[in-house]
Design a binder for this molecule. Structure first.
Ligand SMILES: Cc1cc2nc3c(=O)[nH]c(=O)nc-3n(C[C@H](O)[C@H](O)[C@H](O)COP(=O)(O)O)c2cc1C
Length: 299
């Protein structure tokens, strides 16, 4: 938990391309909105946008931003379309779709249907005119409630603020209680440059919510634990998430702990290190209560 040295970038001193470069690498990973829109004549457009997120659940509001091009300050067809027809289908991009979704970001001339170019199947939406991407496992039918321009210069974001009307989710992602299996979604997200990441089952992990009860906080940890050279910030975060400082439990009976005491008791420094290593292992396995019992034997 030491202080890191580093470089400071003043955004005002960076070129438009560098502003984009640095921000896109650190504000990552970003979910991908694969937006289907139509113009006044009914011509369909399909393009990916990673300046995208949800900002409200009630009302259900999501925003994405087809920015003015950094290169030549032109506007994107998607933006022109939502100004003509304020409706959009946001198709969520999973790993199986990512290469085709990327292909759809090519700058085809206006009127070229990226469903055809990128090889996706158009499926009629139920409340809005732009079609859905059949291959997408989660799609949001939206009404555009506002387009907020962040400027007229190259790179300026154009916020397309959307109210979600209807959500379509593929059957196989839902369990019998209609809850989503996060692991089955296999979502992808965009980072800087050409980097993407995949939320595959092996890269997912859970962090227990502090819930309504307050964690004791890092500052309330005993000094020997807080200043440990072995326990990391993540370990301390888990330990400090308990509601009350734990006390020694008579029923805690751990053979490995007994061994540590037997072999290391002559050298208190080595014993403390060994106990911290053991606590770290237990914390990595999510066994917070057991880790506390190990640490309480010396702290
Ligand atoms: C994964 C991905 C994410 C993208 N995100 C954005 C974005 O958030 N904003 C943007 O202006 N362009 C973004 N682009 C580039 C647009 O997709 C690209 O400019 C596209 O040609 C716009 O199409 P249109 O003019 O048909 O609307 C992204 C491209 C990819 C591949």
């Amino acid at each position: 938990m030491g202080h890191l040295c580093g470089m400071i970038f003043d955004l005002a001193d960076l070129s438009p391309a560098d502003k984009q470069y640095y921000l896109q690498h650190v504000i990552a990973p970003r979910p991908i909105c694969f937006a289907s829109t139509i113009d006044a004549s009914g011509a369909v457009n399909l393009s990916p946008f990673s300046f995208f997120n949800m900002f409200s659940s009630n009302p259900p509001v999501v925003i994405f931003s087809p920015a003015r091009r950094v290169r030549d300050n032109t506007t994107k067809h998607t933006l022109q379309n939502v100004l003509e027809v304020p409706e959009v289908v946001i198709n969520i991009v999973d790993h199986a779709m990512v290469q085709q979704a990327s292909l759809a970001s090519c700058e085809y001339p206006k009127g070229v249907d990226e469903f055809t170019k990128a090889g996706f199947t158009a499926e009629a939406a139920t409340l809005v005119r732009p079609p859905m991407v059949k291959e997408s496992k989660a799609k949001l039918e939206c009404r555009v409630i506002e387009v907020k321009s962040l400027g007229e210069i190259a790179g300026a974001g154009q916020l397309v603020i959307c109210q979600v009307l209807r959500l379509h989710i593929a059957d196989h992602l839902l369990d019998e209680n209609h809850k989503i299996d996060q692991r089955a979604l296999d979502l992808v997200a965009r980072l800087g440059g050409d980097w993407y990441c995949r939320a595959s089952p092996e890269s997912l992990f859970q962090v227990e919510k502090p819930n309504t009860k307050l964690g004791i906080g890092i500052d309330a940890l005993p000094d020997g634990i807080r200043n440990s050279a072995i326990l990391t910030g993540n370990h301390l975060g888990r330990l400090a998430n308990v509601h009350d400082l734990p006390t020694i439990s008579a029923s805690f009976d751990d053979p490995h702990l007994k061994q540590v005491f037997q072999y290391e008791s002559l050298n208190p420094v080595a014993m403390e290190a060994e106990l911290h290593r053991y606590a770290a292992r237990l914390l990595d396995e999510g066994r917070v209560a057991d880790a506390w019992q190990v640490l309480l034997t010396i702290h």
